[in-house]
Design a binder for this molecule. Structure first.
Ligand SMILES: NC(=O)C1=CN([C@@H]2O[C@H](COP(=O)(O)OP(=O)(O)OC[C@H]3O[C@@H](n4cnc5c(N)ncnc54)[C@H](O)[C@@H]3O)[C@@H](O)[C@H]2O)C=CC1
Ligand SMILES: CC(=O)C(=O)O
Length: 317
C-alpha cells in the first residue's frame, strides 16, 4: 500500500476560503494544506484553529504560507477576491478581481507550480479563463467551480418539490455562474424518468419549474441581503471537486470547463457537467440540450464573452 501525500494550497482565506479549509479538514482530505492570503496573520490563526479539530478528524500538516510553498502542490484553489455587496452582480466585480488574479498567478507560476488550479472567485467563469491564460497551464488543468453551487441549489429545491433526496435528482444548471444561467429541465431526470413527466403527474406546471430556476439563480442575492456573503455552499462544492481530483474519482460533476467546440462554443469557460479526476477535467460532457436550451447557452456564453473581451483588453490579456 502506498502512502499518498496530497498537497493543496488555498489562496484567499476569507469567508469562502476558510470554510473550504474547514470542509477539507472535516473530510480528512489533503495531508498538507497551505493557506495563503495578503492578510498573513489570519492564515496562521486559521491554520492553528483548524489544527485543533485534527484530533477529531484526521491529522494533517496545515499552515499559513506563501507562494514559495506551491512549487510541489497538486492543487491550488483560488478564493481570493472581493465578494458582491448587496445589489452588485458577479460581473460587476470583474476589473477588481482580475487585478487580484493577476497578482496571484504571477508568483504562483514563479514557484514552479505545475498542478491543477481550481477557481471560485467571481465572476468565476471569466476569472478562470484569466487564470488559464496568465498561467499558460493546459485548459484541462485550470477550471472553475462554475455552476456546481447553482446545480446544488437547483437539486435541493427540486428534491423538496418532488419529495426525493436531492442527491437522486439528475438535473443541471448550465451556462454562466450568474444571472444568465439556465436549467436543463427538458432532459432532467429522477431515477431515469423525466422530471417533466413527474411534474405532469403532480400538477406542477412549467411556470412552477421556472419559479424554481428563478429562486436558484437569485439565491445568492437573497443570502447576501441577509448575511452579507455566501460561503458554506460553495465551500462544500469546492471540497467535493477537490476530492474528485485528489482521489482520482472520474466523478461527473458540474464545473466551469473550457469550451473547445462543445455546445458550439470556443475559448470560454462555462458551466457544464464534466468528468473530474487527478488530471483535472478528463473530459467535458456535452449534455444534450433542447433548441430553447441551446439558445440560452449561446446567450449566456455571449454575455460572458462580451464582458471578458472588454475586461481583458484593459489588462492586455
Ligand atoms: N463561485 C462561487 O460559487 C462563489 C464565489 N464566491 C466568490 O468568492 C470570492 C471570495 O468571497 P469571500 O470569501 O466571501 O470574500 P472575503 O472578502 O471574505 O475574502 C476574500 C479574501 O481574499 C483575500 N485577498 C484579497 N486580495 C488578495 C490577494 N491579492 N492575494 C491573496 N489574497 C487576497 C482577502 O484578504 C480576503 O481574505 C468572491 O469573489 C466571491 O464572489 C462566493 C460564493 C460563491
Ligand atoms: C456569491 C455567489 O456567487 C453565490 O453564492 O452563488
Amino acid at each position: 500500500m502506498s502512502l499518498q501525500h496530497h498537497k493543496v494550497v488555498l489562496v484567499g482565506d476569507g469567508a469562502v476560503g476558510s470554510s473550504y479549509a474547514f470542509a477539507m479538514a472535516q473530510q480528512g482530505l489533503a495531508e498538507e494544506f497551505v493557506i495563503v492570503d495578503v492578510f498573513k496573520e489570519r492564515t496562521v490563526g486559521d491554520a492553528m484553529d483548524i489544527e485543533d479539530a485534527q484530533a477529531f478528524t484526521a491529522p494533517k500538516n496545515i499552515y499559513g504560507g506563501g507562494y514559495e510553498d506551491a512549487g510541489d502542490a497538486d492543487l491550488v484553489v483560488i478564493t481570493a477576491g472581493a465578494p458582491q455587496k448587496p445589489g452588485e452582480t458577479r460581473l460587476d466585480l470583474v476589473d477588481k478581481n482580475l487585478g487580484i488574479m493577476k497578482s496571484i498567478i504571477e508568483p504562483l507560476m514563479a514557484s514552479g507550480f505545475d498542478g491543477i488550479i481550481l477557481v471560485a472567485a467571481n465572476p468565476v467563469d471569466i476569472l478562470t479563463l484569466a487564470a488559464q491564460k496568465l498561467s499558460g497551464l493546459p485548459t484541462t488543468r485550470v477550471f472553475g467551480s462554475g455552476t456546481s453551487l447553482d446545480t446544488a441549489r437547483l437539486r435541493a429545491d427540486l428534491g423538496k418539490k418532488f419529495n426525493v433526496d436531492p442527491r437522486s435528482v439528475d438535473a443541471y444548471i448550465l451556462g454562466e455562474h450568474g444571472d444568465s444561467e439556465f436549467a436543463n429541465f427538458d432532459e432532467a431526470t429522477i431515477g431515469g424518468r423525466s422530471i417533466k413527466a413527474f411534474a405532469k403527474d403532480a400538477n406542477i406546471s412549467d411556470e412552477d419549474l421556472d419559479a424554481i430556476l428563478y429562486a436558484t439563480a437569485h439565491k445568492a442575492y437573497e443570502i447576501i441581503d441577509r448575511k452579507g456573503a455566501t460561503f458554506y455552499g460553495v465551500a462544500t462544492a469546492l471540497m467535493r471537486i477537490s476530492k474528485a481530483i485528489l482521489k482520482n474519482e472520474n466523478a461527473v460533476l458540474p464545473v466551469g470547463a473550457y469550451m473547445d467546440g462543445q455546445y458550439g462554443l470556443n475559448d470560454i469557460y462555462i458551466g457544464t457537467p464534466a468528468i473530474i479526476n487527478n488530471q483535472g477535467v478528463a473530459s467535458v460532457i456535452e449534455t444534450p440540450l433542447s433548441d430553447s436550451e441551446a439558445t440560452k447557452m449561446a446567450a449566456s456564453a455571449k454575455a460572458l464573452k462580451d464582458i471578458a473581451d472588454e475586461a481583458f483588453a484593459k489588462i492586455n490579456l
